[in-house]
Design a protein around this ligand. Sequence first.
Ligand code: DX5
Ligand code: ZN
Length: 226
Amino acid sequence: MTAQIRIAPSILAADFARLGEQIKAADQAGADLIHVDVMDGRFVPNLSFGALVVEAARRSTQLPLDVHLMILEPDHLLKDFADAGASSMTVHVEACPHLHRTLQNIRSLGCKAGVALNPHTPASAISEVIHLLDEIIVMSVNPGFGGQSFLPEVLPKTAQLRQMITASGREIALEIDGGVHTGTALQCVEAGADVLIAGSAVFSSKFSVAEGVKALRESVANKKPV
Ligand code: DX5
Ligand code: ZN
């Protein structure tokens, strides 16, 4: 199978009264992962949901659940998310004083491990833990809310991370999160991202989930991961 850019709809933008239905629609539309945004009201200003919603998502699809933990010192919650069915857990480098240990903990729970970088955090922040990573999320907005505008200044950092991944020889997904839509997706892929996380570009009252996924895919058509 030819590798292609993967699309990860973020359920933060979904209609929670119909969550299972919306996840199934994303699955049927050809989404590759389901992105699940967990927010604690401390690391980020907003609160979202916890392991219960991960568990509900797990019952709605067989797709990998890409759990993005925007929470301070997440260690005490990792097992709950793993038990709820997370496939991968990504923590913020800015929220983890013992990042190395946290990543080891995630791996020991049988999940893929990832690190997310806020817009101000340099690529070098992951250099000493790259051997523990399965994915990196480049935040292209300041985390906490859906529907924000894409910050193009993270693109050079994305390219730098792609070079670091290539040099490491490891298979690490390079995901970009925030403000990704048909007008910004191509630049993300050209910078080296191979997973597009998208909330409001997929879940909207203006178009169907299938239309959202299709438009996003078409906007990067013929582009292969670097
Ligand atoms: C932001 C979250 C994103 C969010 C993206 O803090 O991490 O995953 O859902 O939403 P959009 O695609 O609408 O910017
Ligand atoms: Zn996210």
